[in-house]
Ligand binder design. Structure first.
Ligand SMILES: [Zn+2]
Length: 91
């Protein structure tokens, strides 16, 4: 589901950009968008989330996004399979 427009920050090159705020697999997480500068999927909303709260679950400084990025990178590599992130239009 698209919730609107939000800011993203790339954790690889530090680029900030705006994009669709879409739910990642019907969770509170915003679906990461590829960085327009370096192409990395390792982006996340900079302000959106109580990261310190998530740290208490041992999810690390990126508030669970490490796990999402790893899944998305696996899916990017395995594009021949029919596993596709939900909410991403197929073109
Ligand atoms: Zn980048």
């Amino acid at each position: 589901m698209i919730r609107g427009i939000t800011a993203f920050k790339c954790t690889q090159c530090g680029e900030t950009f705006e994009g669709w705020d879409a739910e990642w697999r019907a969770t509170v997480f915003t679906c990461p968008l590829p960085c327009p500068k370096c192409g990395s999927i390792r982006t996340r909303p900079p302000l959106h989330f109580p990261w310190s709260f998530l740290d208490r679950f041992g999810w690390g400084g990126n508030g669970g996004y490490e796990t999402i990025w790893e899944l998305m990178e696996k899916e990017q590599k395995g594009k021949s399979s029919n596993r596709r992130p939900e909410g991403v239009a197929s073109r």
